[in-house]
Design a protein around this ligand. Sequence first.
Ligand code: ATP
Ligand code: MG
Ligand code: FE
Length: 336
Amino acid sequence: EKVLGIETSCDETSVAVVAGGEEILANIISSQIKTHKRYGGVVPEIASRKHVENIAVVVEQALTEAALSWEDINAVAVTQGPGLVGALLVGVSTAKAIAYSLKKPLLGIHHLMGHIYAVFLENKGIKLPLLCLVVSGGHTSLLVLEGYGRMRLLGQTRDDAAGEAFDKVARALGLSYPGGPEIERIAREGNAGAIQFPRAWLEGGSLDFSFSGLKSAVLNYINRAGQKGEEVIQEDVAASFQQAVIDVLVGKAFAALKDTGLNQLAVVGGVAANGSLTSALRKRAVVEGAEIFNPSPILCTDNGAMIACAGYHALKGGQDAGLDLNAVPNLPLNYL
Ligand code: ATP
Ligand code: MG
Ligand code: FE
């Protein structure tokens, strides 16, 4: 089955075609980063307008690249939420129009189910139940995936998401949006042990996260140095901050593997594109005898292929949304 996947929840207009839930025939990603960069973040109204301008072209490009015609598409999957309401509506309306005219099933996908299913696009031999570390712009969670749409939540952030912390620290360092890749880039030239930033382990045994204390510590460090007229070595701040995030993510992910008795870990979402994070996880996995699965960087950040993949599994599960499918900006994940 060939599933068309549409993702417009934030600032990427992306359309993909995925066959059999794993073979990517096309994955067109039209990023609006250049447009939003000068505002230092995503401007919702501009994002919606750009999606409207781009969506038809991106759909056409996806079909062309996949060398398919409309009749070859077996189902249409779209991100229903969470995300920016105006942005989501562009994808949802487009998906409905296509599904209606083709008389094919329509699948409303939770954006995080998309991020999680991205790992199945390139990796064979993943078994369920699977421990997932979801680290993105808006989420930081540890959960056990037991089947499509069936998850057990082990822990999540109590304040900022990991990606949000990267973006805010980058902004304070005068780096451009989005901050994660910029921090990773300059951190390579820095000393991760230069500054001792706090690690929030929370109460013993907790698999929850907290990054706002770390973020404040970094902002205070930068402000204080500024007041005293001391030089801030950006590379050291970036490397030390990144190391603090990595230490906690790695520590809690392996604590969760131990608690659950599982030995496979999927790390997904935009922050999972961070090579220092994934290499730290892999290094620890060698010691602990665990296996790490991670999508390629382009499949970690927002893309249509992950939505098409999740859509394939939703279809197998017998889902078919009606044409009254609506965008839900704060769509919750239903945990078991
Ligand atoms: P969500 O998926 O939670 O709704 P989102 O869709 O905005 O939020 P993603 O697209 O998953 O988030 O990821 C974007 C986030 O990932 C941004 O915060 C960005 O800074 C971060 N990010 C991207 N690449 C890297 C990297 N190499 N290192 C660290 N963070 C990164
Ligand atoms: Mg984005
Ligand atoms: Fe995302």
